[in-house]
Design a protein around this ligand. Structure first.
Ligand SMILES: Nc1ncnc2c1ncn2[C@@H]1O[C@H](COP(=O)(O)OP(=O)(O)OP(=O)(O)O)[C@@H](O)[C@H]1O
Ligand SMILES: [Mg+2]
Length: 355
């Protein structure tokens, strides 16, 4: 069989060349999960990983592969939710030249690429029923046909599937094949959500902060204040470890100090409130309101601008509880610009106004 590289989809890599991020944690639920994972890894059967988004399913799949006897062969992944249902079949099983419009040459699918290795089917709940039928045949008899071909191809592939959907419910609604579910669920591992492993939050935060500081070329490893740790432990983390990683990386990049005190878990909170402008507030128009026009002209432009800046600065500082970084953000200024304005304000210098 011709297995030239250009016909093969990309795998996650193979053998020792791929660096797998180490899964960190010391909490009871995490250690128990890792133990179950290590136990099933060398067993040549499918595994189903179930967990909320960002809990580390992909990381767990990679670990299963590298702890299995297949570790030197490829681990190939397919995110089934990222493809239209019609594409999933040809991605998985490949196609022959001329199988459909646009099939200009034969292409191997993920099953062939993963031969002797592991195929990671992410978001398996998105696979259409007809394709599930074909997957079941590979799981049971190790054979399939490329799209547009009747030649049976034999492969030796271990399937690891992941989902955050309720597959039993989908099966009840006839949207997932019960037979396939039975075969894939040789072992079902549940990834603990971050809120159930609060003891790991400080550890993970320190890890992500250290990596971010390194990336930013900082000299010192950041640490978190007690209040920051409390804020981290209080948050429910619906996006789990991915969300924590983002929050920590943002906190590190925003902080100039080594001790991080500010944790912003909601970057979308607008300092300007609701995004729809209130209809009742209108800027006075000089043409339609001659009385207002005199109000606008009661002092020289420079003095009026300065007064406005001083008032806005005071209001922003009050709103930010005198945290200057937050105040800068409220005003839409960089911290540097804010400091410039603040210095002028402190000096009572109203003759400048370049900020
Ligand atoms: N225990 C852990 N230690 C360190 N990093 C982790 C751990 N678990 C997950 N991560 C990191 O968190 C992020 C999300 O993990 P991953 O992509 O494996 O989650 P997922 O469950 O597949 O998410 P989704 O359902 O959204 O696809 C990745 O950057 C991963 O490296
Ligand atoms: Mg994933």
């Amino acid at each position: 069989m011709n297995r030239s590289n250009d016909l093969r989809p990309k795998s996650l890599g193979s053998g020792t060349s791929t660096v797998v991020t180490e899964a960190l944690g010391q909490s009871e639920p995490f250690l128990e999960f890792q133990e179950q994972l290590s136990r099933v890894a060398p067993i040549n059967r499918p595994v189903l990983l179930i967990g909320e988004r960002g809990t580390g399913k992909e990381l767990a799949a990679a670990r299963l592969h590298y702890l299995s006897t297949r570790w030197q062969a490829p681990m190939v992944a397919l995110n089934c939710a990222a493809l239209s249902p019609s594409l999933i079949e040809s991605e998985l099983f490949g196609f022959e030249k001329g199988a459909f419009t646009g099939a200009l040459q034969r292409r191997f699918g993920r099953f062939e690429s993963a031969d002797r290795g592991t195929l990671f089917l992410d978001e398996i709940g998105s696979i259409p029923m007809e394709v599930q039928e074909k997957i079941l045949r590979v799981v049971e008899y190790n054979v399939f046909e490329r799209v547009g071909s009747s030649e049976s191809i034999e492969v030796d592939v271990r399937i690891i599937a992941a989902t955050n959907a309720d597959l039993n419910d989908l099966a009840r609604k006839n949207r997932f094949k019960q037979d396939l579910l039975d075969r894939l669920s040789f072992e079902v591992l549940f990834l603990p959500p971050l809120r159930e492993r609060k003891e790991d939050i400080a550890l993970l935060a320190a890890h992500f902060a250290g990596r971010m500081a390194l990336e930013l070329g900082r000299d010192e490893i950041p640490v978190f204040s007690d209040e920051a740790i409390q804020a981290l432990e209080k948050h429910p983390w619906p996006g789990n470890i991915r969300e924590l990683k983002n929050v920590i990386e943002r906190a590190v990049y925003r902080s100039d100090a080594v001790t991080i005190a500010d944790i912003d878990v909601h970057p979308f909170h607008s300092p300007y409130g609701n995004l729809t402008p209130p209809v009742s507030i209108k800027a006075p128009s000089i043409e339609t309101a001659p009385a207002d026009a005199n109000l606008w002209l009661k002092q020289p432009l420079k003095a009026a601008v300065w007064e406005l800046k001083a008032k806005m600065l005071e209001a922003a500082l009050r709103k930010a509880k005198y945290n200057q970084k937050k105040a800068a953000r409220i005003l839409g200024l960089t911290y540097h610009q804010f400091r410039g304005l603040y210095r002028q304000y402190k000096a009572g210098d109203n003759s400048r106004g370049s900020t």
